[in-house]
Design a protein around this ligand. Structure first.
Ligand SMILES: Cc1cn([C@H]2C[C@H](O)[C@@H](COP(=O)(O)OP(=O)(O)O[C@H]3O[C@@H](C)C(=O)[C@@H](O)[C@H]3O)O2)c(=O)[nH]c1=O
Length: 192
């Protein structure tokens, strides 16, 4: 397993090892002790799976407020997405900045997004499925969002000339300036 830390160095792209043979390949998609020793010493409590039928679906930007903040380990099991993480930790040197990575069933990459980030993705193919582990249970009262198209974020969503396909809820999230202090920055994430 290789980890590449991104420009916001708390967010990492993980490449699990693939063992190829004449049948295809085998890969250990998640190994608790490896993840804890190479990425973050966290416990995942829930696995989520989502299918988006169309290309150009944007889900996000989402986060859960404390005390139910979630770290997320995202992978794409069918199709392809651009995955985006926005730093919303007040006092962070990269507050309001984002990083992104293209992850697909083909490239097998995963992205680790710790608590303190808003997360979203855009599907790049039809019938795209993602599967992600989270470090806290779903808590509807703490579920919150940030406007995917807030100009202050400057995210270049890859929808071309097409209008993104959004849920009703994702049209209503506040901009960063309206968010207030949700998370506070306490230095870079401790690396194992
Ligand atoms: C996230 C979640 C949703 N739900 C329900 C609420 C709703 O009825 C239905 C669909 O929820 P949503 O519209 O929020 O689904 P979706 O837009 O796919 O939400 C997800 O988006 C990505 C970007 C994330 O980062 C995730 O954490 C999550 O927020 O599923 C659960 O039961 N458990 C969960 O853990």
């Amino acid at each position: 397993m290789e980890v590449q830390w991104l420009a916001i160095p708390d967010v990492g792209v993980i490449r699990p090892r693939r063992l190829a043979d004449a049948r295809g390949y085998f890969s250990e998609a998640f190994v608790d002790r490896l993840f804890r020793s190479a990425v973050a010493d966290v416990t995942f409590v829930q696995d989520n799976h989502a299918l988006s039928r169309d290309k150009g679906v944007i889900r996000g930007l989402h986060f859960q407020r404390p005390p139910h903040a979630q770290g997320k380990l995202v992978r794409c099991t069918r199709g392809r997405i651009l995955d985006v993480a926005v730093d919303i930790r007040s006092g962070s040197p990269t507050y309001g900045k984002h990083v992104s990575a293209e992850i697909s069933a083909e490239n097998g990459l995963q992205i680790w997004i710790p608590a303190g980030f808003a997360h979203g993705y855009c599907t790049l193919e039809t019938d795209t499925e993602i599967s992600y582990k989270v470090t806290d249970y779903y808590a509807p009262d703490c579920d919150a969002g940030l406007a995917f198209d807030d100009p202050a974020l400057g995210i270049g969503w890859p929808t071309g000339d097409h209008q993104p396909i959004l849920s009703a809820r994702d049209r209503t999230h506040p901009c960063l300036a309206e968010l207030g202090d949700v998370f506070s920055y306490s230095g870079p994430s401790a690396r194992p």
